[in-house]
Every structure is written in structure tokens, then in C-alpha cells.
Design a protein around this ligand. Structure first.
Ligand code: ZN
Ligand code: ZN
Length: 170
């Protein structure tokens, strides 16, 4: 079995290369995803061009990722099955133990990896992700159509939801 995979990494700001990396083992609370699609977002350009501060290069960008569950370290929660299609966005999964998590503010988790920024993202054949960062993808939505919903789609949806607009409104 092949134990390497292709990834597109930013080796240093301004230099993007296709590299062969060793397939990682998922740690506690993590899964290895076989990537099917990854959207391209403006924040990726910040990583590529070195505009985002605090990035440890080399870094694989991409935070609109859809793929299948390939390997897990621990039993999966009931809503996830091996091989299932899942998505992961920029917020890479909350820790459930920090103060913000205990208040239910998972988006403000103080120990949350940022996909494609503080940890490697989806410009790759495989990527690691925290189980708490995963969402299920409906069968009738293709991976290519689903991927951009995980960042640009959420931003638009939240704005529409807070505006109280209803179907047919302009
Ligand atoms: Zn984005
Ligand atoms: Zn937390």
C-alpha cells in the first residue's frame, strides 16, 4: 500500500510546490480524510503570499474541504460511519474543554486549529482533521458543489439568516 500522498504546499511565501508527503496517522480525536474536493478562498491567498501572520511554513492551504473518512484512531461518534463523506472548514474543530467551549461558544475555542493556516489543509490527496470540526455532506450534493459552502457559503448564509430575509425576498 502506498504510504505517501501528493500535496500542494506553500514552501515559503510566494513559492507553491507539489510535494510527496508521508501519510500521517490520526491522533486522538482525529480522522484522516481522503480529499475529493477543496474550494479556493481569498484567505488561501494570504497564506500563499505571506500576508497572514504567524504561519509556520511549509503549509498546505485549503479550508473548504470535502472527502471521505479514510482512517480513524478511535471509534467514531454514532453519526459518522467509515467511508462517509464529510466536510471541514476554516475552524478545524473545537476542544470541548477550554472556557469558551464550556460556555458553548465553540467558534471561539481557544485551542482550535485553523485549517490551512495553523495546520495543513485540503490542497492535498489526504488531510488530518479533528472529529469536532466535521460536518456530514448530504448524498445528493456533489463534493465539488459542497466544498465552497464550507467557508464562503457559511459567510453568506449567516448574513442572510441574521437579516431575517425569507424565500422570495430581495
Ligand atoms: Zn475561506
Ligand atoms: Zn475549546
Amino acid at each position: 500500500m502506498k504510504n505517501t500522498y501528493k500535496a500542494v504546499q506553500v514552501t515559503r511565501p510566494g513559492l507553491v510546490e507539489t510535494v510527496e508527503k508521508e501519510l500521517p496517522e490520526p491522533g486522538p480525536g482525529e480522522v484522516l480524510i481522503k480529499v475529493e474536493a477543496c474550494g479556493i478562498c481569498g484567505a488561501d491567498a494570504g497564506v500563499i503570499e505571506g500576508l497572514e501572520k504567524g504561519i509556520n511554513y511549509p503549509r498546505v492551504p485549503g479550508h473548504e474541504v470535502v472527502g471521505t473518512l479514510y482512517k480513524t484512531a478511535e471509534p467514531l461518534p454514532a453519526w459518522l460511519k467509515p467511508g462517509q463523506r464529510v466536510g471541514v472548514g476554516r475552524l478545524g474543530g473545537h476542544c470541548n474543554v477550554c472556557e469558551q467551549c464550556r460556555l458553548g461558544h465553540f467558534n471561539l475555542c481557544q485551542n482550535q486549529p485553523v485549517t490551512g493556516s495553523s495546520r495543513d489543509g485540503g490542497y492535498a490527496e489526504y488531510m488530518l482533521a479533528r472529529v469536532t470540526g466535521l460536518v456530514a455532506i448530504p448524498d445528493d450534493l456533489s463534493s465539488v458543489d459542497a466544498a465552497p459552502l464550507l467557508c464562503a457559503g457559511i459567510a453568506t448564509f449567516n448574513a442572510l439568516k441574521k437579516s431575517c430575509a425569507e424565500a422570495g425576498d430581495t
